[in-house]
Design a protein around this ligand. Structure first.
Ligand SMILES: NC(=O)c1ccc[n+]([C@@H]2O[C@H](COP(=O)([O-])OP(=O)(O)OC[C@H]3O[C@@H](n4cnc5c(N)ncnc54)[C@H](O)[C@@H]3O)[C@@H](O)[C@H]2O)c1
Ligand SMILES: O=C(O)C(=O)C[C@@H](O)[C@H](O)[C@H](O)COP(=O)(O)O
Ligand SMILES: [Zn+2]
Length: 365
């Protein structure tokens, strides 16, 4: 079992990572919140697969509310519908929400917890690899607008994040690989050791029945990277922007394709390729470093093709939340494990890099 601490000016909590943890969930929940009324928020498909071990330790079953699965449901009306259900069931400020799902469900449940009765506590019990390595940690919650990704939201940290890597054993292969793109990101921005692990253990990680020991190591190292960054910059005033490596173009790909074509991690995979091209063109990394990093991104593919022009993708960066005083922030890599945040990447530079990324996509098709 590993426990990683998140300590920010507004919150202090643990991320507990332990295979098999789900079967002892009730004890852990009651240690954190002895008396609260519990509301589990999940999706029908996840509940069908995992309700038995989830409920195994509960003396009486908690209330369960459902959200349909998928990024296209990550919108305000879904949150409102859930809030109405909570109100009808008499949820109050002593209630505790338990987000039992992937990043979409976790982001929405966290946002619901942030705004219901002006704020109630919630727990993250992430069920996808992506949610385990990234989205269940750090307190970013929210929903999408047609105009852009996560444009409505708040920072609201969970009471704790309880991770059982065994949950990933029922994930479709594409979902597992999507989550691994965020681990590749964590490795590129801050952890050369994780990078090497992802390079050498690809087979075990991507096996038909993934090696839980290897997955647990990937989750633990990725969460450690995330916690270290969040601990120094909770509100993304500066250093936290590095967690957005690959996301400037990745997010524009998601909104250009109306959140329907690619999984989040797949879009971020392409976004990382674009960011690698900018870094290479600026001479911040050697061709050999570029090749090594791009090879790792593609190793956790395939990254599906999509239709959008470079011009459109660059134009859509106008709604990126990292913009400061009208200037676009961009995260570059200066080598495996190191990054630089810059504000002077020109449209022309980004266009060239995005065209190179689209060219690679065409060659792979
Ligand atoms: N808040 C953050 O810091 C942060 C970080 C990274 C990503 N995100 C967000 O996370 C979202 C992506 O999350 P995701 O990749 O988990 O997608 P997701 O939540 O849509 O889950 C992917 C699919 O897997 C299913 N599923 C979940 N657990 C399963 C299991 N154990 N077995 C079988 N199927 C299962 C889900 O029902 C869904 O269909 C995006 O909206 C992204 O913006 C947020
Ligand atoms: O936690 C962060 O900070 C991140 O940037 C993590 C990202 O992987 C994640 O996709 C996040 O939701 C992006 O946030 P946004 O503020 O750029 O929408
Ligand atoms: Zn992400």
């Amino acid at each position: 079992m590993s426990s990683i601490k998140v300590t920010t000016p507004t919150a202090q909590y643990e991320v507990v990572i332990s295979p098999g943890l789900l079967r002892t969930l009730h004890r852990r929940v009651r240690t954190l919140s002895p008396k609260s009324r519990l509301f589990v928020i999940t999706s029908p498909n996840i509940w069908k697969l995992w309700s038995k071990p989830f409920l195994a330790s509960f003396p009486t079953p908690p209330e369960v509310l459902f959200l349909p699965a998928g990024e296209s449901h990550k919108r305000l009306p879904s949150v409102e519908r859930l809030a109405e259900q909570l109100a009808q069931k008499g949820a109050d400020r002593d209630s505790l929400l338990i987000a039992f799902g992937g990043g979409v469900l976790g982001d929405m449940t966290g946002f619901l917890a942030a705004i219901y009765m002006r704020g109630i506590p919630y727990l993250q019990v992430p069920t996808t690899l992506l949610a385990q390595v990234d989205s269940s940690v750090g307190g970013k919650t929210g929903v999408n607008l047609a105009a852009g990704k996560n444009l409505i939201g708040s920072f609201h940290h969970p009471l704790a994040t309880l991770v059982d890597p065994e949950l990933c054993l029922t994930l479709p292969a594409a979902e597992l690989r999507s989550g691994l793109q965020e681990s590749v990101k964590a490795a590129i921005i801050r952890d050369p050791k994780l990078f090497r692990f992802l390079e050498t253990k690809t087979e075990a990680i991507l096996a038909k029945k993934p090696d839980v020991k290897a997955l647990t190591r990937v989750v633990t190292a990725s969460v450690q990277v995330k916690a270290n960054v969040v601990n120094i910059d909770e509100r993304e005033s500066g250093p936290r922007m590095i967690l957005n490596f690959g996301h400037t173009i990745g997010h524009t790909i998601e909104s250009a394709t109306e959140y329907k074509v690619l999984l989040h991690g797949q879009a971020i995979g392409w976004g990382q390729i674009a960011a690698l091209h900018v870094s290479l063109n600026r001479g911040l990394i050697t061709q050999a470093e570029f090749d090594r990093m791009a090879t790792l991104v593609y190793a956790y593919g395939p990254l599906p093709p999509f239709k959008a022009t470079a011009k459109k993708l660059v134009a859509l960066t106008a709604s990126d939340k990292k913009r400061r005083s009208g200037r676009r922030a961009f995260v570059l890599t200066t080598g495996i494990g190191s990054t630089e945040i810059v504000f002077d990447v020109t449209d022309a530079e980004l266009l060239t890099a995005t065209q190179s990324m689209l060219h690679e996509m065409k060659n792979k098709a």
